[in-house]
Design a protein around this ligand. Structure first.
Ligand code: SAM
Length: 244
């Protein structure tokens, strides 16, 4: 309760200030990386300790697992066909991606994340039926982006990733992701927490300002549409991006 009141008036607790300082110090030491890379480092530690976390690892709650299924259905309802190549960008341990694998034809799903340990943990959590679908799971790097881009994905879907990036990270994000969206008619789908104007919530959590995201996308030749417009209050939503 106290934390909610603090959040509403923008006050940080001592612990929140410490976490924010730690994140900002890390970013200052790694100017080429995004805050998302720092988030990924922490997820690697969650996996190594087999700890409980909201979206990553073996110990997500039943509610979070059900949300994964709902989010996959939301993506499919946008028009994904079984034969499309779909990239789950920032796939984590496939809370959402496993349902896309179930839906898609064999060999059509690609899961990408920042660290080999996240990708290995994701693979280990798949069932036999899902492995039989031959999903391609890889850690993001220049060669992988090139190789997956050559598969001409029809869709790149991205859930709960951009809210771990600061606005200064958006260009680095679009630099990478637009290497995957070159095929005619390809769509990028970003599901995140939107609020206009954007704001930092916690050390590694932002309510994403749609105008900032739209401007960064435009610098990379993408147009954005956000059904329902720019929300004044925080809401989870899906924005669609396409090449100009
Ligand atoms: C909150 S988890 C969400 C995982 C999954 N999409 C889901 O909904 O369950 C965020 C994931 O995004 C990854 N990530 C963060 N920044 C990224 C970036 N710049 N590029 C790709 N992945 C990123 C993290 O490693 C982490 O696995």
């Amino acid at each position: 309760m106290l934390n909610r009141i603090r959040q509403a008036v923008g006050l940080l607790s001592g612990e929140q200030k410490r976490r924010r300082r730690a994140a900002d110090d890390w970013k200052a030491r790694h100017p080429e990386a995004t805050y998302g890379h720092y988030f990924a480092e922490r997820m690697v530690s969650v996996i190594a300790r087999d700890a409980a976390q909201k979206t990553i690892g073996r110990k997500i709650s039943d509610h979070s697992a059900r949300m994964g299924e709902r989010i996959a259905a939301e993506f499919i309802d946008l028009g994904i066909e079984r034969g499309d190549v779909v990239v789950d960008y920032g796939c984590g341990t496939l809370r959402v991606g496993r349902h896309l694998i179930d839906y898609l034809d064999a060999g059509r799903f690609v899961g990408l994340d920042l660290d080999t340990q996240i990708v290995a943990a994701a693979e280990a959590l798949l069932g036999a039926d899902q492995r039989a679908k031959r999903p391609l799971l890889e850690a993001i790097g220049p060669d992988v982006l090139k190789r997956v881009g050559d598969m001409a994905p029809g869709w790149v879907v991205c859930n709960a990733v951009v809210n771990h990036l600061a606005p200064v990270d958006y260009d680095a994000f679009f630099d990478a992701v637009t290497q995957l969206t070159g095929a005619p008619g390809a769509r990028l789908v970003i599901r995140t927490r939107y609020r206009d104007p954007g704001r930092r919530r916690e050390a590694l959590n932002w309510d994403v300002g749609p105008r900032d995201l739209e401007a960064a996308a435009a610098r990379h030749g993408l147009t954005m549409s956000l059904p329902g417009g720019y929300p004044r209050r925080m809401r989870w939503g899906v924005a669609l991006f396409a090449s100009v």
